[in-house]
Design a protein around this ligand. Structure first.
Ligand code: FMN
Length: 213
């Protein structure tokens, strides 16, 4: 009797362990793009401009993005008029669960801070964007990362002025390492970001939105 019950229990467990999904990254069942913003002022405006032309897109913010956006003149309440916005308010990155619900076929992290690039490279997932990236990788969903601090000399817009920065060796190494990650495309310029997005939209049978917000 005991033996029989044990077998039944095992069967139940085995059944639960058989994946019922398998549609992750399937562009036929998944309709949306998850666009993660990090706390980068560099190329923030330009990334948001491309994002505004990208159809079916929701925004996912890191806590740093939420702080940096208003510094560059973006109001989160105004962004809400055009996007569904998910904020980094939970320790376990609860919104990431939507990746399991056949919602998103592509993750875009643009612009990506050096911090986020480093975490993605080393497999650390402790923010909403890095959790999206990690789970997407495990599910075979494509991630596109715009690593914007990639040149030896970067001229960037600080809140009040333009400044010249010299990314450290570790930052440049992280970008190179991340390029080797599967299910992930690392781009280093706005032009590359537009080209890869255009290819992705074409694959899904979509095109750029006619007018941005
Ligand atoms: C006004 C402002 C602009 C910033 N711009 C950048 C940037 O262009 N690149 C970068 O790597 N970090 C930048 N940072 C620092 C990041 O916001 C910081 O490293 C943060 O911890 C990143 O967190 P996240 O990667 O989770 O978004 C900026 C910070 C501030 C306050």
């Amino acid at each position: 009797m005991l033996k029989k019950n044990k077998k039944k229990g095992n069967q139940k467990w085995l059944q639960a362990a058989i994946p019922t999904g398998g549609t992750a990254g399937d562009t036929k069942t998944r309709k949306k793009i998850a666009w993660a913003l990090t706390g980068s002022g560099h190329f923030l405006k330009e990334s948001l401009e491309i994002c505004s032309r990208t159809p079916n897109t929701d925004l996912f913010l890191s806590s740093a993005a939420e702080e940096v956006l208003p510094i560059y003149g973006y109001n989160i309440e105004s962004l809400k008029k055009n996007y569904k916005i998910f904020r980094d308010k939970t320790a376990s990155s609860v919104p990431v669960g939507m990746l399991y619900d056949n919602v998103y076929h592509t993750i875009v992290i643009a612009p990506a801070t050096s911090n986020t690039v480093a975490k993605c490279n080393y497999g650390i997932s402790d923010t909403l964007p890095t959790n999206m990236f990690a789970q997407a990788g495990k599910l075979g969903v494509l991630s596109i990362i715009f690593a914007c601090d990639t040149a030896p000399v970067v001229v960037t817009k600080a809140p009040r002025e333009w400044v010249e920065l010299n990314p450290r060796k570790i930052e440049l190494q992280n970008v190179e390492q991340l390029k080797k990650c599967s299910d992930c495309v690392v781009v280093e310029s706005l032009r590359e970001l537009e080209i890869i997005l255009e290819e992705r939209l074409k694959k899904i049978g979509l095109s750029w939105k006619k007018s941005s917000f």
